[in-house]
Design a protein around this ligand. Structure first.
Ligand code: TGC
Ligand code: FAD
Length: 392
């Protein structure tokens, strides 16, 4: 099988820019993906099933909250290690990376950054170990790219907050024990609330019949007069910058993650092209195949350098949201294009589940949409370089 012979490309010797710790972390996650994900992932996708048994294993290998300090259950790793973990997980499948992205950047991060000490102690260690699953509710049925216009609201009822509204397209919603939910208070200010499964009036129906991220559990969060204890408010942030700062962390992880999907596609196409004979020659000998492979490797190399540099900037807390948008947008499109091109190299074989391209391609259609669409990220860059917002 192509996946077992997987060899990640490193044309510009980017490995020389990594520390021993980075390589150790990457190797450990790669071994786990080979062992635990690759053998089951096609079947899980074909059956539209979330491989729930992997959650505790993801916790055990340190994939949840790798940059959260050890005292709260994390591993205290740097941002490049976090990126490499995302890269290796997404080589397995974007659904597995999504699970880890949401848990780490969209649930643990806001609790760590904006939560009380009690909230951190109560939730972070359990999220890190995978004993608890989290979700992040920002998008609403009528507000996706424009979350600032959200309709979800809560009122102060003295002893508790009363929450009403609905979130849609939420990763992990049907299986999450807790959800970090962004809603407006009586002054119209966006605040974060931790909503726990079992709270009266809270339901989380699953979104079915997806052609993308079929091994990820997606659903809605519906709040019908949910009484949320006051101690579940995240006190440390007010306004849209709260959820958007979490997105910065998750988008950064995606910029790395999709490189893994692209590498898997490229490596599979390269191996296949050397073995598949047509017109009496390996198809790798034809110029048009070489053009495809050479362009794939060029784009992967550029994406690697972008992600690595962004990681260094993030380690110094110098990466701007607009720089992160540029990397998310570029790298996801790069991976999607490579999934499509590499699928062509395999001809008819490329449409089967014996090879990963179609699965990656379908997954990446979600990845290019969530965490800000391809066009929204272009507009964020446009805003940054011109000073003019095209949103209003
Ligand atoms: P705007 O006025 O631009 O910003 C409001 C405030 O937020 C600040 N800010 C940020 N802060 C931190 N990180 C960022 N990335 C930030 N972007 C903006 C900004 O400085 C401002 O602060 P302040 O202090 O002045 O109030 O707000 P806007 O309403 O004009 O926003 C426009 C826009 C388009 C940039 C933004 O709303 C946006 O990014 N839209 C895309 C929505 C999106 O990405 N949704 C993702 C939902 S979660 C998800 O998809 C999870 S998928 C999970 C998985 O399975 O992996
Ligand atoms: P819309 O905002 O309706 O956009 C539709 C089209 O219009 C897009 O092409 C967009 O680029 C374009 N458009 C919109 N505004 C403009 C503009 N000003 N200028 C030019 N073009 C514009 N959300 C969460 O909160 N939590 C999650 O865990 C989560 N997980 C997800 C998992 C999956 C599988 C998917 C598919 C989505 C998930 N999302 C999640 C939601 C995701 O973030 C949104 O789908 C995304 O932000 C886009 O919103 P929308 O789908 O409502 O599209």
């Amino acid at each position: 099988m192509a996946t077992i012979r997987y060899k990640s490309p490193d044309y510009y010797l980017v490995d020389e820019l990594l520390t021993d710790e980075h390589k150790l972390v990457r190797g450990a996650i790669r071994d786990w993906v080979n062992r635990a994900v690759i053998p089951i992932i096609d079947e899980a996708n074909q059956n539209h099933e979330f491989p729930r048994h992997l959650v505790k294993e993801l916790g055990a290998i340190g994939a949840f909250g790798p940059y959260i300090p050890a005292e709260y259950g994390g591993s205290g790793l740097d941002q490049v290690s976090y990126g490499l973990i995302m890269q290796e997980l997404e080589r397995g499948d974007s659904s597995i990376r999504s699970m880890a992205s949401v848990q780490s950047s969209l649930v643990m991060y806001p609790i760590y950054k904006y939560g009380t000490e009690e909230q951190k102690r109560k939730y972070l260690p359990q999220l890190a170990s995978g004993d608890m699953i989290g979700a992040f509710g920002l998008t609403e049925p009528n507000h996706g790219s424009d979350p600032g216009r959200m309709l979800s609201r809560f009122t102060d009822e003295g002893e508790y907050f009363l929450l009403n509204g609905a979130k849609m397209w939420i990763t992990n919603a049907p299986i999450a024990d807790i959800s970090v939910v962004w809603a407006k208070d009586e002054t119209g200010t966006v605040r974060g609330l931790i909503v726990e499964r079992g709270m009266h009036g809270f339901t989380s129906p699953e979104t079915l019949r997806k052609w993308s991220l079929r091994s990820s559990s997606t659903g809605e969060l519906v709040f019908d007069n949910v009484k949320v204890p006051k101690e579940n408010l995240l006190p440390g942030v007010k306004g849209l910058k709260g959820p958007l700062s979490c997105l910065s962390s998750a988008r950064y992880g995606i910029a790395w993650g999709v490189i893994g999907a692209a590498m898997d596609c490229y490596d599979t196409a390269l191996q296949y092209s050397k073995e598949r004979l047509q017109f009496g020659k390996p198809i790798a000998a034809f110029q048009l195949t070489q053009k495809k492979l050479a362009e794939m490797l060029t784009e992967i190399t550029k994406a690697q350098l972008l992600a690595w540099r962004l990681g260094i900037l993030r380690n110094d807390d110098r990466a701007t949201p607009a720089q992160i948008s540029m990397a998310k947008r570029n790298n996801v499109k790069m991976a999607l294009d490579i999934a499509r091109e590499s699928r062509q190299v395999l001809g008819a074989m490329g449409i089967t589940g014996d090879f990963p391209m179609m699965r990656h391609m379908m997954n990446l259609e979600s990845v290019i949409t969530y965490e800000g669409t391809h066009d929204i990220h272009l507009l964020i860059t446009g805003h940054d370089i011109t000073g003019e917002s095209a949103f209003e």
